[in-house]
Design a protein around this ligand. Sequence first.
Ligand code: SF4
Length: 332
Amino acid sequence: MTTDILTVADLKKYFVIGHSGILKREPITVKAVDGISFGVREGETFGLVGESGSGKSTVAYTTIGMYRPTEGSISFRGRSLFDGNKERPLAIKKEIQIVFQDPGSSLNPRRSIKQILELPLQVHRQDENRLEQVVRLLEMVELPPDYMQKYPQMLGGGEKQMVAIARALATDPSFIILDEPTSALDVSIQAKIINLLIRLQNEFHLSYLFITHDLSLMRNVASRVAIMYLGKICEVAEAAEFFRNPYHPYTRMLLSSIPVISEEEEKLKPKKIISTGEIPSPVNVPTGCSFHLRCPAKLNVCSEVDPVMVEIEGQTGLARHTVRCHLYGQAG
Ligand code: SF4
């Protein structure tokens, strides 16, 4: 049985962004992540998909330790990532790496590629044959050794992202968070980066948490897909099941508007669903199901009661398809 390498349990991350009232005593809180649970299995790509403001990047930044959870837990190989106020041990930091969306701003322009790739080796005390290790890292991402003399501004967007991937690999991690790793790149380069990530995953048995707004990208990349909306997960399934049998009205709406390339994909695509209403502000999330203002299938109960996640039977014989909607197995 495949075990989870990362377990997120009832995670909440709230931000106080100001105060209201005459005496400015009432905190104005954004519930960026509001009670989500999922696990990432060893060697898989878990796709976390959502529109801007859904909270998906907050999950990434909390996992790497930039934020502390408001409530809930994240554990890695069964060990909590947040042990009181203690600094995360170096051995765990080394295992979990991140590749950011914009390689232009994540690489220091004053450092050469050699210096950029040497830094994590120094921090994690991998002192032996450092130059050879830098050459090896460049090889892994299909860049020639002489690139180590260059500076980030001398590289194209795809090459910068390859360096960012090499930097993430420098600590020999087992888990990498990919935070929109291709969305700042030209379409022609995106495929190259995706193929590189897939090859590296197979070669080094990496587990990926792949964060994206681009659901169509997940069709050929993810093992499982989760959809986030206003801080909550509304549906999770194996990718094959997910694209064949989407249940949640929001998932169906997203799938109905993504481009498809094959006839089979066209057949599976839900009929075009036009959303009604605007995306609510995360400061003012509606009561009940947070999607009810836009949902074409809403029931009377939806504006009052927030649905809970339930497991339903998938139609492709694949295990575990969970959905958070009153249409399936709960009050309604
Ligand atoms: Fe739509 Fe109601 Fe389901 Fe929310 S709970 S997605 S409003 S049907």
